[in-house]
Write a protein that binds this ligand. Structure first.
Ligand SMILES: Cc1ncc(COP(=O)(O)O)c(C=O)c1O
Length: 354
């Protein structure tokens, strides 16, 4: 019921993903990015089409995709928008989780992620999540991008008010600022759509993808955007020894092909309703937030902490994970069956009783 924080959206060892990996293992696994490999092009073409964008820059981990997105936004700010050197500013949201590199933890307000890892990189301004007015007010002439999770995962599956993403789209367009959506945990079928931004019919300028893109087999991440944005990076300015390697590209291509069928998005939508209805019948939850097959539930403190309930669930054979004290995060693989959801929810019901 956690799916490796959405890295296992297709379950463990999905046969089609395993087959793609095995075939590629028998052919070629790594070349220098300086040289052509015949898997990278098909992967980036398919992923660009899935996102409706021109270009894909493949990396490995999610944090690397976020770092790459930050570099792209800054270079775009200096080279296209004409911002004075060293002044580029990025607006982020409080409660964010974008990874654990030194730049990224600098703009986290979670003490566990942030404290004692400074000095922190400047150039980030954090505003309350879900507050479009605050976000708009934080944008000034030096702002190059707004970087947000369309649903905050680590924050506890925090779903912003309806219209928030549309407002960000309008404001960023009006102020000539890039809208960067970190869909690393929320994307690729998790919420009943390909992307969480689809829930509001919004297309960001930049998608950051990771986790499920590697099919649960190896780390694959990507930055996806149009030529006028991603094209600002010149040859030699950015790269990765392993990013876009033939094995990763073969797996990533298979993942995109699975998503192209729409089957997983549909399952997530339908079973997500089943999950929601089941959660609503359970006593002892003070809040239920769901989007597709993704749920954050807050546990009545009288019944235990999120951690305690997660451990009781573990003892009953269900792996789910607490976050931020009272919240339990539930993210089953998109291949789960309704009967399996029912069983897991029965265990939750019992676990809440102590
Ligand atoms: C929204 C989001 N962005 C970025 C990351 C970082 O990904 P990785 O752990 O692969 O570096 C995570 C990981 O949990 C995440 O949830």
């Amino acid at each position: 019921m956690l799916s490796g924080y959405s890295a296992l959206n297709f379950g463990h060892l999905h046969p089609e993903v395993v087959q793609a990996a095995q075939e590629q293992l028998g052919r070629l696994t790594l070349t220098s990015r300086a040289f052509f490999n015949d898997r990278l092009g098909p992967f980036t073409d398919a992923l660009a089409a899935l996102c409706g964008k021109d270009l894909v820059l493949p990396m490995n981990t999610g944090a690397e995709a976020v770092e790459t997105g930050i570099k792209v936004a800054r270079a775009w700010g200096y080279r296209v928008k004409g911002i004075a050197d060293g002044r580029a500013k990025i607006v982020v949201a409080l409660g964010n989780f974008h990874g654990r590199t030194t730049t990224i933890v600098g703009f986290s307000d979670d003490p566990q992620a942030h404290d004692d890892f400074g000095p922190y990189a400047p150039g980030f301004v954090a505003v309350p999540y879900g507050d479009a007015d605050a976000l708009e007010a934080a944008i000034d002439d030096d702002t190059v991008a707004v970087l947000i999770e369309p649903i905050q995962g680590e924050g506890g599956v925090v779903i912003p008010p309806d219209g928030y993403l549309r407002r960000i789209r309008e404001v960023t367009t009006a102020r000539d600022v890039l809208f960067i959506a970190d869909e690393i945990q929320s994307g690729l079928g998790r919420v009943g759509e390909t992307f969480a931004c689809d829930r509001e019919g919004v297309v960001p300028d930049v998608y950051l993808l990771g986790k499920a893109l590697g099919g649960g087999i190896l780390p694959v991440s990507a930055v996806v955007a149009d030529e006028d944005v991603l094209g600002v990076i010149r040859p030699g300015e950015h790269g990765s020894t392993f990013g876009g390697n033939p094995l990763a590209a073969a797996v990533g291509l298979k993942v995109v092909e699975l998503l192209q069928t729409g089957r997983f998005q549909e399952r997530s939508r339908q079973l997500g309703e089943h999950l929601r209805a089941g959660l609503e019948r359970i006593e002892g939850l003070t809040a239920i937030r769901t989007a597709g097959l993704w749920a954050g539930v807050d546990i009545d403190p009288a019944l235990g902490t999120g951690r305690e309930v997660a451990e009781r669930l573990l003892a009953r054979g269900v792996l789910a994970k607490d976050t931020h004290g009272q919240t339990l995060r539930i993210a089953p693989p998109l291949v789960i069956r309704a009967t399996e959801i029912d069983w897991a929810l029965e265990q939750l019901s019992v676990a809440l009783k102590g």
